[in-house]
Design a protein around this ligand. Structure first.
Ligand code: TYD
Ligand code: MG
Length: 479
């Protein structure tokens, strides 16, 4: 049996415990943060009781365990945010006793989202919006712009970044939802290090998390992300919180306004597959009525070369997106890929498969890939469409209009089946597409449709047959 130790070395920044002192915390990588503590306090990630916990070590009390079956599973303790797109991303609402980090670049709409949550959340409890970024007057102006007249009376505002003030306020208001804008403006006079340091920010966020865990509340905390500061800033908060949401956007010419995508990169209470799609307009963020057509470019007649329509999955939804490719002779003989909406490694792989199996030259070309509407596509089902778009761009042969494509392209040139083909077909049909190019075999037993509801399903086994069927015997005969 191991000897029970009276002391451990706990990291003041992430709570990790080590049996012996180390100069650097192996968990979060911070230097000089391990300090000797009584070996009894609960630590993050090691919560066994459903009844909350304190971040502070309870000196002297012996450690306890209990049967897993006796733990309250916290079922039914979600609050609807009143914003269905957000609830979807969170996995069915705001989990009580949870901490949610909302990251994103400045100006993307984080404060707007927080204020809208404050206004819409379906709870009778009190809602406290704490801002160290803006004055109460500015927040009021924003609320008016969002037309939150009736709801504004239930949102309580405090403008401070000082942890001690916030703690006092929390204890007197006892809110059910706490919204903090932003982590970067938090500081504590007790944290020891100079204000504004990373450790200060982490200490303050950790204290707020402890408060909501103990008081059956939920915490939203904003963190600004800049491209340079990604690692040094909010990334270090990610392991403290239960859920990490990133807000990203793209100016879009095909939908009126700017699209905003809310994705979970970590979610202890749901999947990370779902994406929330909003449009930032005159009156703040609004959900998109018909997501499936949001990323389609309205076109009359023939398509230009380099354009293919893909049916992709985003969480539980299927979307149609327009993939656009362009190839030009590489300068200096070095081929490069410019693609920020589809992973460049994927583009490279698809291009290599095309070169090998279709005999077209791409290794002397620069390849540009874009997705209309600015959405990032990470689903493998996009590969066949991507391949067709690149082939079309390289050869100058346009794909037939009215065609939707889905399929994974393996390095061997084979088209692999995709998940939920039926859903994709339905979406394509619903939006008036007549032809669907897809995998020969399918993952589900009932998913090998020869025709889809009046349209034509073209099953293909390899990229070679796909290209031949599109350009020789295809629906509207490519030139
Ligand atoms: P904001 O929520 O302040 O961003 P963040 O907190 O992430 O920095 O949103 C800023 C942008 O959103 C700003 O450019 C103005 C725009 N906006 C609208 O277009 N409509 C609105 O109703 C609101 C409130 C903001
Ligand atoms: Mg803001």
């Amino acid at each position: 049996m191991k000897k029970q130790r009276a002391f451990v070395y706990r990291c003041s920044s992430c709570g990790h415990e080590e049996p012996k002192w180390l100069g650097r915390c192996p968990e979060c990588g911070e230097w000089n943060t391990l300090t000797e503590t009584a070996a009894s306090g609960p630590v993050p990630g090691a919560r066994i009781s459903g009844t909350g916990f304190s971040g502070k070590a309870a000196a002297g009390t012996p450690p306890q365990s209990l049967p897993l079956s006796s733990v309250d599973p916290q079922e039914g303790s979600r609050i609807e945010s009143g914003i269905p797109e957000l609830d979807r991303v969170l996995g069915g609402g705001i989990m009580k006793r949870s901490a949610i980090l909302v990251g994103g670049e400045p100006g993307i709409g984080k404060s707007t989202l927080l204020l809208q949550i404050a206004a819409a959340a379906r709870t009778r409890g009190r809602i406290l919006y704490i801002s160290g970024e803006e004055s109460a007057g500015q927040i009021r102006m924003r609320a008016d712009r969002l037309e939150l007249f009736a709801q504004a009376s239930r949102i309580e505002i405090a403008c401070s970044g000082r942890l001690e003030d916030i703690n006092t306020l929390l204890d007197s208001v006892k809110p059910v939802i706490v919204l903090v804008d932003s982590a970067q403006t938090l500081y504590s006079t007790e944290a020891g290090q100079g204000p504004g340091t990373l450790n200060q920010m982490k200490y303050c966020v950790w204290e707020l998390i402890s408060w909501v865990k103990e008081h059956d509340a939920a915490l939203f905390v904003v963190a600004h992300v800049t491209k340079e500061g990604l690692i040094a800033g909010p990334k270090t908060l990610e392991h403290l919180v239960d859920t990490v949401l990133y807000f990203e956007g793209a100016a879009s010419t095909i939908n009126d306004g700017e699209s905003r995508f809310l994705r979970a990169s970590k979610n202890r209470f749901g999947s990370v597959d779902e994406i929330g799609i909003f449009i930032m307009g005159e009156h703040g963020l609004s959900p998109v009525e018909d997501v499936s057509r949001l990323f389609l470019v309205r076109r009359e007649g023939e398509l230009p070369p380099g354009v293919a329509t893909a049916a992709v999955l985003e969480g539980s939804r299927s979307l149609l997106v327009e993939i656009q490719a362009l190839t030009v002779i590489a300068k200096g003989g070095i081929s490069r890929i410019f693609s920020d909406r589809i992973d460049s490694a994927r583009v490279s792989r698809v291009a290599a498969a095309l070169e090998k199996h279709l005999g077209i030259r791409l290794s002397d070309q620069d390849i540009y890939v874009n997705v209309a509407g600015g959405i990032r596509i990470a689903e493998v089902g996009v590969e066949l469409a991507l391949g067709c778009a690149i082939y079309s761009a390289r050869t100058g042969l346009a794909l037939p209009a009215g065609l939707v494509i889905a399929g994974e392209l393996s390095l061997t040139g084979e088209i692999r089946p995709v998940r939920r083909l039926t859903g994709r077909l339905r979406t394509a049909r619903g939006l008036g597409f007549t032809h669907f190019l897809g995998p020969l075999a399918s993952e589900g037993p009932a998913e090998t449709p020869e025709s889809f509801d009046g349209g034509t399903f073209i099953p293909v086994g390899t990229i070679g047959t796909a290209i031949r069927s599109l350009f020789k015997a295809g629906p509207e005969q490519g030139r």
